[in-house]
Design a protein around this ligand. Sequence first.
Ligand code: SAM
Length: 210
Amino acid sequence: MLFGGSEQQQQQQQEGRRHVLELGCGLGLCGLLASQLNPHGVVVLTDGDELTMEKLAVNVEENTVRNGCAVTARTLLWGEHVELVTEFPDLFDFVLAADVIYEEEAIEPLLKTVMATLREGPEALFLLSFARRNVSIEKVLKAAKEMGLVYEVDESFVCSAKGEHVYVMRRAQQQQQQDERGEEKKEGASGESSDSSSNSARDDDPPLIT
Ligand SMILES: C[S@@+](CC[C@H](N)C(=O)[O-])C[C@H]1O[C@@H](n2cnc3c(N)ncnc32)[C@H](O)[C@@H]1O
């Protein structure tokens, strides 16, 4: 769904300009799948562990599809992103992180790297797939809010356990702009105003952070 996206995103997809960054990619499953959905785009797979990087290189070699997407792997410890940003100054439309938070100390450097690598603009998304390990999602969402991100839960993701979700995050300022555009559209269509739908809560969600 997310890679299908809005009209602007679909146009970008057709033009093949999507830049995707995966943080803590492990053996690269998410990023490699993203590359299949992103012909003519760019996917950069990163992890901070050297042994993992060696195995990842084999996976990239053996599983990259020939669809014009440029797939590369880089060693990246969260918080140490200067080199990456220098190499990819246009930054990324999507930053992915799947099952990567199991130490509280990791939250801040991870989010700093997200903020340094995520493009400006309402279409740029940080997609965090979260499975609870040692750290509660409340701590992650609080830190994300302090860092300038807002979130919503991706309802299209069918989770296997209570509390497992994909969080779709974007820069707070840009969420506001998108909400305002949505409001204008709705008002134009119905002549009425309505509430914002961002940060929508679910029964098994952590407390809503606005
Ligand atoms: C549980 S694995 C998940 C791997 C992959 N995302 C997946 O879903 O299969 C967590 C990954 O995060 C990486 N990681 C943990 N802390 C990191 C850090 N501070 N900087 C970069 N990578 C880190 C680990 O090396 C590991 O590959």
